[in-house]
Design a binder for this molecule. Structure first.
Ligand code: IVH
Length: 666
């Protein structure tokens, strides 16, 4: 077999294995065998760039190129559905159809998936484009992100698919993936996604498709659209589409009577709780495409289809009191303590009240009867108050606390933020413990054998008051404490010592400076030679770094302007932690681009977009997102967006090609 044949064979095999695994749930080979095949293909493709195929299974891995989304007009508009909330309304719809058609008809009943809708175009059996719903007329081109979703076929099976058609469907984040993602975000004190729908749509709009690939999205398809679809039956077309490789729900049913529709609704209202993905209702569609055409559309939605929305589960219970939790960064979370109540199969005793504004808008009083909902959200929330239940005995109005419940320090509220904070970073116990827990966590110093309980124990024993105290602990100090044998004590001390090998960027993240997450820490570690240079950096210098805005820069300044933080860093440095950039990360500075604002657009051949961004910063320039009169020049690759090109020309902004730019620097 020559290379071309080998590549073709590997691509075909991998497409089939993907389908077996992700759509049929029946893998024919082990994960390792799959990875080996994928690696072989990647290597061959690297050796033979002439056989590039944008739909190769290797494209699933995602690329690190950043790009702006391009808007694309939908060939067939993406309409929404009329909503109904009662069986009465469903009967009325059914009756209208019966009257309009005046002939027998069938209805296809489907689950209404609660994600974000997508339209994927296929030509000659190959995926060419994936576009979001947008405003229904035009949407964002998210092709490279959608390509990372394993259940969306890149190349179709068989040969009886139309030459050109669109598959409409829903991109979803399965509950399990959503829960893990949120747990990770919580550990990093990043804002949580309220529900899998937001998580899915947020993920789809990320600029980095490698991150999208890591988020494990899923997709169900529910509509074949095109000028020439195989049969007159919507249901039948979906069954064919399953054979072409699409993931089609098995829970789709053709109903000949209204009673069958009601049975379907009643069944799924309960059973949906056992599905791996979120659903928020049932969609009913007249099955015959000919009849659909006869019924037609109103301005916003088809007459031939309707959505029945499930009631969000809600319960009424009493608010006993509001307590307040203090997080690692000092953020205060108000928590409603409730009379226990059954909701979606679990007992709810507490619900988040989010922030002071929400408490105020609910006009909450202690003793109120409140509505708790668990809609698509994982954390139950209070959605309203039954004021009619307020008797003479209603308690006091809930007023947000003004002092920290743990240390008594007056709370502050930063401009533009909904949360209140306790500013006593260095002496407020939950903040101290939270900071140590963050410091030892897997993505930070990753200290083996230490967890939150042990941190709490050491703190209570007065052994540690900040992260630097960890480096003074000896096995003798800790053995003999609760459940702490000689062996675990030695392990912990070794685990702590191993942190001295952790590179600068992770140590920087481990410090827990507000808004300095992993990505920002990486950027900082690349831009500064050591912690002292960073600690002394001016606001201007900080802001000139790509993706570092005023908010992050300010937080870095606040951190290092606090003498006790400086002293802590000194103690950690004395303990042997890495506060200096490794030699291979050292960047060479010139000021050739000092004071210049540069916009990057298009696709590049010599370096990646990120590399160019870095070069701009290393030479004193600033990366900016959009073109304005202040832009010094545009670094343009192939396929620069037409809107950007026009704007640059209109404002007379210089456009430099890749080679010109590199010549400028050398
Ligand atoms: S059919 C013209 N079927 O619900 C009909 N939509 O408001 C097009 N959805 O934007 C939609 N599950 O994102 C259809 N089985 C299903 C669906 C479904 C979820 C979403 C879709 C659409 C919205 C309708």
């Amino acid at each position: 077999m020559n290379a071309r044949e080998q590549i073709d064979r590997l691509r075909a095999d991998l497409h089939q294995h993907n389908y077996n695994y992700y759509v049929l749930n029946a893998p024919a080979i082990s994960d390792k065998e799959f990875d080996d095949l994928m690696r072989q293909l990647q290597e061959l493709e690297q050796q033979h760039p002439e056989y590039y195929d944008e739909n190769s299974p290797t494209m699933r891995v995602g690329s690190d190129l950043n790009k702006d989304f391009v808007q694309i007009a939908h060939r067939y508009p993406m309409l929404s559905l009329g909503n109904t909330y009662s069986e009465g309304e469903v009967s009325e719809w059914y009756e209208r159809i019966r009257q309009s058609l005046g002939e027998p008809f069938e209805v296809c009943a489907e689950l209404k998936f609660d994600g974000t809708s997508i339209s994927v175009t296929y030509e000659e059996g190959k995926m060419v484009r994936a576009v979001t719903r947008g405003d229904g007329e035009k949407g964002d081109d998210v092709t490279s992100n959608v390509k990372t979703i394993r259940t969306v076929p890149l190349v179709l099976h068989g040969d009886n698919y139309p030459a050109r058609f669109e598959m409409r469907g829903e991109i979803l984040m399965p509950w399990k993936v959503f829960e893990t993602l949120n747990a990770e975000r919580e550990a990093r004190e990043e804002p949580l996604f309220a529900n899998p729908r937001n998580a899915a749509s947020g993920t789809l709009k990320l600029q980095n498709s490698a991150t999208v690939a890591s988020r494990k999205l899923d997709a169900y398809f529910y509509y074949v659209v095109g000028d020439e679809v195989p049969t007159d039956g919507h249901y039948e077309n979906l069954q064919l589409a399953r054979r072409w490789g699409f993931k089609i729900s098995e829970h789709t049913k053709k109903c000949g009577t209204l009673q069958q529709i009601f049975d379907f609704i009643a069944y799924w209202d309960v059973e949906r709780k056992n599905l791996p993905v979120a659903t928020d209702g049932i969609v009913l569609k007249v099955n015959s495409l000919r009849q659909q055409r006869n019924l037609g559309f109103t301005a916003k939605s088809p007459r031939w289809a309707i959505a029945y929305k499930f009631q969000a589960e809600r319960a009424l219970t009493r608010l006993n009191k509001v307590t307040y939790q203090v997080g690692r960064t000092g953020a205060i979370t108000p928590v409603a303590n409730l009379d226990p109540v059954q909701l979606s199969g679990t007992v709810v005793k507490r619900a988040s009240l989010h922030n002071a504004d929400i408490i105020e808008s609910l006009d909450l009083h202690v003793g109120d009867m409140v509505y708790v909902e668990k809609g698509g959200e994982i954390i139950p929330k209070i959605t309203g108050v039954d004021t009619s239940a307020r008797g003479f005995m209603v308690g006091e109005k809930v007023r947000f606390i003004t002092r920290c419940p743990e240390c008594g320090t007056p709370l502050v509220r930063y401009e533009g933020e909904a949360a209140h904070y306790c500013p006593n970073e260095t002496a407020c116990p939950p903040q101290i413990k939270g900071k140590i827990e963050h410091f030892i966590s897997r993505r930070a110093m990753n200290i083996d054998g230490l967890g939150p309980e042990t941190v709490d124990l050491f703190y209570r024993q007065g052994l540690i008051k900040d992260t630097s105290d960890l480096y003074r602990l000896t096995a003798r100090d800790i053995k003999g404490l609760e459940r702490m044998g000689e062996k675990s004590a030695v392990n912990i001390v070794h685990g702590i010592a191993a942190g001295k090998e952790v590179p600068f960027e992770r140590v920087l993240f481990a410090l827990g400076i507000r808004f300095v997450g992993e990505t920002v820490a990486k950027k900082l570690a690349k831009s500064f030679a050591d912690i002292h240079e960073l600690a002394d950096a001016s606001m201007e210098r900080l802001i000139s770094i790509d993706e570092i805005g005023t908010k992050i820069a300010q937080s870095i300044r606040v951190y290092f302007d606090n003498p006790s933080n400086r002293a802590l860093v000194e103690r950690l440095e004395a303990a042997g932690l890495q506060f200096t950039r490794r030699e291979d990360d050292r960047t060479h500075y010139t000021d050739k681009l000092a004071g210049q604002s540069v916009v990057i657009s298009g696709v590049f051949a010599r370096h990646s977009r990120d590399e160019y961004k870095e070069m701009i910063e290393q030479n004193g320039g600033k990366n900016v997102g959009s073109i304005s009169a202040k832009t010094s020049f545009v670094l343009a690759g192939d396929n620069m967006g037409p809107a950007k090109l026009e704007k640059a020309q209109k404002l007379g902004v210089r456009i430099l090609g890749e080679d010109e730019f590199l010549a400028l620097l050398n």
